[in-house]
Design a protein around this ligand. Structure first.
Ligand code: AOS
Ligand code: ZN
Ligand code: ZN
Ligand code: ZN
Length: 409
């Protein structure tokens, strides 16, 4: 194996050098890419038709961290874990933080949950009932408090608020209530904290959603101030939406805060990243890397501090291998995007060479980056094939002792 990798990598390096790509820089960027995994991705979840119970699913937040540590140990790329409150509510958050540290992990984004209690059926921060609005805002504030306890600097907000029928809610009034709740929460943030605002165009609301698209999230974030930014969940757009365009636009405005990566074919499918349309993911990374070269420092900084997170749920697949597959697929597309020769693209653009420009981008996508990935894994002392290493590790058999019945929430 070692020999095969060395020969393939030598050829790859030569090819890239010829194209004007600095492979050492590519390696550096690639090892620097960190991807946060979600605690809820390790538990049972499903569709509205059925939640299949799997053997060995974590029974508490500590066991979710155990599983997340597997993904990090095998990839070296996932040092932080997003938590969802109250799904991951514990008596003592310093115990959870210390436990994460003992596994080589840290707690990442804190995700308030204002969509699962009966009170929130007709909205949380946009509910017509002021008591429910207050309760929801209090929960957001409680989550800012939890951030301080777990050492998190990202508050990740997604609201299920919306309506099913015309006239059911006062759309403009709800918009104002949303902004009020966000503003109150924003004020509670410490200077090092960011608030990421996620949007989604439908579901569970089927008529209107209070934060339906990137423009609404952007407007809300802009009114709040520099610590508020937009979170792009790749599954939260209408069919055919040009997601990389949204990414480029938000980067240019200094308002792209983070991602929830997942794959979708039809709606918010929450499937393994890169299984449908991996080219889209490549093009997203292309936009980010391009912004990383901008002459405007603010744009460069925005591209640097993006929070890359996975948001997926596993109805039929094994959770840890599914998470691994997502991380590996993200690395693959990022690696390909690192091979874009931006000068060649810019040159073709200047000449109005449509096909030349398209070619300069696509060409990078068509390289086989597996020798590159194998080499950086070897250099970090990681398994060259993390998926296989996991399946052979015996961990899955070991956690079978947990039995069934663990769930995301
Ligand atoms: C929901 O569709 C969103 O993607 C949220 O990020 C949500 O909080 C997460 O999927 C957990 O349910
Ligand atoms: Zn149906
Ligand atoms: Zn999401
Ligand atoms: Zn979603």
């Amino acid at each position: 194996m070692g020999q095969w990798i060395d020969r393939a990598f030598a050829l790859f390096e030569e090819q890239q050098r010829y194209r004007g790509i600095d492979v050492n820089w590519v390696k550096q960027k690639l090892t620097g890419l960190k991807i946060e995994t979600p605690s809820w991705g390790y538990g049972d979840s499903g569709t509205r038709f059925k939640v299949f119970q799997k053997v060995g699913v974590p029974r508490n937040p500590f066991e979710k961290l155990d599983d997340a540590a597997q993904v990090h140990n095998l990839t070296g790329a996932c040092p932080s874990v997003a938590i969802h409150i109250p799904w991951d509510k514990v008596e003592n958050y310093s115990k959870l933080t210390e436990y994460a540290q003992s596994l080589g992990l840290r707690i990442g984004a804190v995700n308030p949950n204002v969509f699962q209690e009966d009170d929130y059926m007709l909205g949380s921060v946009t509910n017509a009932n002021p008591e429910i609005r207050r309760k929801a805002t209090q929960h957001l504030l409680e989550c800012v408090h939890i951030m301080k306890e777990v050492g998190s600097d990202v508050l990740s907000l997604w609201f299920a608020d919306g309506t099913n029928y015309p006239g059911q809610g006062h759309i403009r009034q709800r918009k104002q209530w949303m902004q009020e709740a966000l503003a109150e929460t924003y004020k509670a943030l410490a200077p090092n904290m960011r608030m990421l605002i996620e949007y989604k165009f439908f579901e569970p609301g089927f008529y209107h959603t209070d934060l339906a698209d990137w423009g609404m999230a952007f407007n809300a974030a802009t009114k709040l101030g520099p610590q508020a930014e937009v979170l792009v969940d790749t599954g939260h757009h209408a069919q055919g939406t040009n997601v990389e365009h949204i990414v480029a636009y938000l980067l240019d405005e200094g308002k792209l805060g983070g991602f929830h990566f997942n794959s979708r074919k039809y709606a918010d499918d929450d499937l393994i990243v890169g299984t449908t349309n991996p080219y889209e993911l490549f093009l997203i990374f292309y936009q980010i890397l391009e912004a990383g070269r901008d002459k405007n420092e603010n744009v460069r900084k925005t591209a640097e501090h993006i929070a890359y997170m996975v948001d997926q749920s596993h109805a039929i697949e094994s959770k840890i291998p599914a998470m691994l597959r997502s991380v590996l697929n993200i690395q693959t597309q990022y690696a390909k995007a690192l091979l874009v020769n931006h000068e060649a693209v810019a040159d073709a653009q200047k000449r109005n060479d449509v096909l030349g420009a398209e070619n300069a981008v696509r060409e990078a996508y068509e390289f086989d980056v597996s020798p590159l990935l194998a080499v950086i894994r070897e250099e970090q002392g990681l398994p060259v094939d993390p998926m296989r290493a996991f399946l052979e590790s015996g961990y899955q058999e070991k956690i079978a002792a947990r039995g069934v019945g663990g769930s995301s929430w």
